[in-house]
Ligand binder design. Sequence first.
Ligand code: SME
Length: 368
Amino acid sequence: MSNYTRKNIIACMGDSITFGHGVSATRERDAWTFVLQRMLGDRAEVLNFGINGASASEGCPESYRASGLLDEALGCGADACILMLGTNDTKERIWNAQAYKMGMRGIISDVLRQTGSGTQPPKLFLMLPPAVFSMEYGQTAYGVSAEILTEQVIPIVEKLAKDYCLPVIDLYTATKGHPEYYLEGVHPNAAGNLAIAKKVYADIIEWLKTPKEGPKNMTDYKSLTMSVKAVTAECPHFIANLANTAALIWEYMDDINWAGFYLIQDGKLVLGPFQGKMACTEIEIGSGVCGTAVAQEKTQLVPNVHEFSGHIACDSASNSEIVVPLRKDGKIFGVLDIDSPSLQRFTEEDKDHLEYLAGLLELNLFKE
Ligand code: SME
């Protein structure tokens, strides 16, 4: 864990399941983070920031944030973080849905605020904890609740992933129906850890293969993000903040001909603050690239607008486009739309940065 200098550092943050408690005697061989390291070889360095007994719940003495390990994990310059907490939170003396949600939100925000030496925060994967099983007399070990895990923790993590546009690694489905994967129904044994490592590998390999520094993309997102943060943090005016954000995007991004916002009003998207030529004032949900982003609740990365069925041409110079939904408490209230005169102007990297920017706007547009 001492070498923090290599590229593609993957920080695994979690409880004893991440630590490898179920295989403590052979941990460096069998715990899933170590198995994953062997699977990835030179492509990454996998760091284990698991801590026995950790929970996410805010205010809980065993909370991951209070342990200090979160700060260590954030300080390692990770390119990706894999976060899995929730199993310990299901214990009767700890469980409080609100505290769990708030704790998870806090950790997620801490991770997404990290920009380290690069321009991008780490890629954050949320993991659904593995299933748990009762071994004797219907009791689950350590007072962990299978019911709370299934009915509350898992839906909360899925909702958080949706709210923050984060990928989910579903260990629950990967382990459900496999009591033989466990030491005592809670901690995975060597077979369980191997199954977990395989699932994590399968779900992160695409991200790992994506080039991290595209030579074509010259946007200084670090400065753009810092400027948007600085300009919007103290200003209480919603429209003013959107107007300045559009101006900053216009200033920082090359090769674009329109940048601005559409906001949902009376069930339609209505033109908001923007830079560029005048544009259509109303877009139906489900229509065009903007309306599709709302209907599908996801970013639309359109390499060639002429091949996008239903594209609404406001400026005939546009050839490619990206539209990112804006959310408040998970509910979409508008979109950020950017057009370019070049084909294939926007990349997955732009998408990641602009989604991060959309998350930042959520924090700064709706200050309590
Ligand atoms: N092209 C968008 C319409 C808005 S303009 O690009 C500013 C769309 O298809 O939704």
